[in-house]
Write a protein that binds this ligand. Structure first.
Ligand SMILES: [Zn+2]
Length: 206
């Protein structure tokens, strides 16, 4: 059971478009964990709006490390798609760096990946971590709060779609295509090991 505290909303200008920023804090009374989700909203939200559920990736977002992952690419592409669509959300869950494992484990996985030339999934396994321990239950709150029943999710992650559907929310997928050739191996391992959905022609270009 969550205890919810939300902030006021205010306007920001981002890439010449108007966005509304608010934050929602979810306190889980059982685990005593706090999840703070930033909600960047553009346009009038309806069932045709896009949604991107974005986990933090400090290494690419802050330090421009584009050799290991496509997180920042996917974020930028999603922003562009939402602005072109006219409306949508970015939900940014501050607690879910490293697919929910945290920054320390994520950096440890980088070390193993370089040392043993292994994939992210293999590195997580070596560290005894779940491949993906993120929890999307907070999305239901936003669906109820903004009164939409269908989500057009910007993602390549099939598990993410399934998690949303399991909450009783209709969820359709729109692919997010990254054009960064440096992360071809990472994209291929996401497709092969994690079942992420990528166009076959795109995979052949890496
Ligand atoms: Zn990343």
């Amino acid at each position: 059971m969550y205890f919810i505290r939300s902030s006021k909303e205010y306007d920001i200008d981002y890439l010449d478009h108007k966005w509304h920023l608010s934050a929602v804090e979810f306190y889980d009374r059982c685990t005593r964990r706090v999840n703070t989700v930033l909600c960047y909203r553009h346009g009038v939200i309806s069932n045709s709006s896009y949604m991107r559920i974005n986990s933090p990736c400090i290494t690419s977002e802050l330090f421009n490390d584009f050799n290991r992952c496509d997180c920042k690419d996917q974020f930028d592409v999603s922003i562009d798609m939402i602005q072109k669509n006219g409306s949508g959300f970015i939900l940014y869950n501050q607690e879910e760096e490293g697919r929910g494992s945290g920054i320390l484990d994520k950096i440890d996985s980088y070390y193993l990946m370089d040392k043993d030339n292994i994939s992210t999934k293999k590195a997580f396994e070596c560290l005894g971590l779940n491949t993906d321990s993120r929890n999307y239950s907070y999305v239901k709150y936003f669906a109820e709060h903004f009164n939409f029943t269908t989500i057009r999710l910007l993602t390549n992650n099939n598990d993410k779609i399934q998690s949303i559907c399991d909450m009783g929310i209709n969820c359709t997928r729109t692919p997010v295509v990254s054009s960064n050739p440096k992360i071809g191996q990472y994209i291929k391992s996401k497709a092969k090991e994690l079942g992420h959905l990528f166009d076959k022609e795109l995979l052949n270009t890496y």
